[in-house]
Design a protein around this ligand. Structure first.
Ligand code: ADP
Ligand code: MG
Length: 274
């Protein structure tokens, strides 16, 4: 699927074959508690292959928790999560939240779901190259030489061809985040979750990371993006979800949602962030 540049102007690129494709991610009625605190209160999402869904909302509205449930870093209380047609088996756990029952499945799902964190989360004691080849070699059981070839290609893609032997501490935040994106891509995930990928960056470094994410969108990667970059979300997303206190308060196509918010809460949120 090719994302057309012209469509970007309208705020969303067309997704073809919507009906026939297996959704990359389906989430139904997700609930999550921390103790008595209900952090997610029935959040759903449907992302077709190639779609970019952006999640916006105030701090504490549950955006990170939602992403962390999708890749099983957190256990939801109830609901359904289906990645590329495979439903995650959840069973009741001790603390009221569910647990993923099948460890083989958890490994499989984690390999299919890439995650880009606010604070990069690169291994500090490994070179950029070693960070990128680690999972392909140990999880996907790829040949070292093939993993290295792929890593160099990915470093080129994110504009870090000259940095394979650098350690994370020797790189700027923008470079570290681009390396982290390359590491995520090395697993060829079905969906990439990005949790405020530019929030930890100095303002002058935000653009270089957004450019890489935009390119991924144009290449047809399925992404769920949590961001405070409203203009960027508007440009690259097919769908926007506005979370408020663990619920989707409003959702829709970016052009509609940003120009003509229906709820007073979204209107207020947008006026604060612009
Ligand atoms: P957002 O990413 O939208 O800022 P989060 O998903 O991080 O929101 O948090 C949602 C709510 O859950 C907040 O009230 C937060 O304090 C709470 N929370 C998040 N993680 C934990 C945790 N590990 N233990 C207890 N409460 C948590
Ligand atoms: Mg968060």
């Amino acid at each position: 699927r090719a994302v057309s540049r012209a469509a970007e102007v309208a705020g969303a690129a067309p997704i073809s074959d919507m009906q026939s494709a297996t959704p990359a991610v389906e989430v139904h009625d997700l609930h999550k508690n921390y103790g008595t605190l209900e952090v997610l209160r029935g959040v759903g999402l449907m992302a077709q292959p190639g779609e970019v869904v952006s999640m916006i909302g105030s701090s504490g509205s549950g955006k990170s928790t939602f992403l962390r449930c999708i890749n099983l870093l957190e256990q939801p209380k109830s609901g359904r999560i289906i990645i590329d047609g495979e439903e995650i088996k959840l069973k009741p756990g001790k603390d009221g939240n569910a647990v993923a029952g099948d460890h083989k499945q958890v490994e499989r799902i984690r390999a299919r779901v890439g995650m880009v964190f606010q604070n990069f989360n690169l291994w500090p004691h490994m070179s950029v190259l070693d960070n990128i080849i680690e999972a392909p070699i140990h999880v996907l059981k790829e040949e070292r030489a093939a993993a290295i070839d792929q890593a160099h290609a990915l470093l080129k893609k994110v504009g870090l061809s000259d940095k394979p032997d650098f350690f994370p501490g020797q790189l700027s935040g923008g470079q570290q985040q681009r390396a982290a994106i390359a590491r995520t891509l090395a697993m060829r995930p079905k969906v990439i979750l990005l949790d405020e990928p530019t929030s930890a960056l100095d303002p002058e470094l935000v653009g270089e990371v957004l450019r890489v994410i935009r390119q991924l969108a144009e290449e047809g990667n399925t992404m769920i993006l949590v961001t405070h970059e409203m203009q960027f979300a508007r440009e690259v997303s097919h769908q926007i979800k506005f979370l408020h206190q663990g619920r989707v308060e409003e959702e829709g196509a970016p052009a509609q949602l940003f120009t003509n918010p229906r709820s007073e809460r979204l209107r207020q949120f947008l006026s604060r962030t612009n």
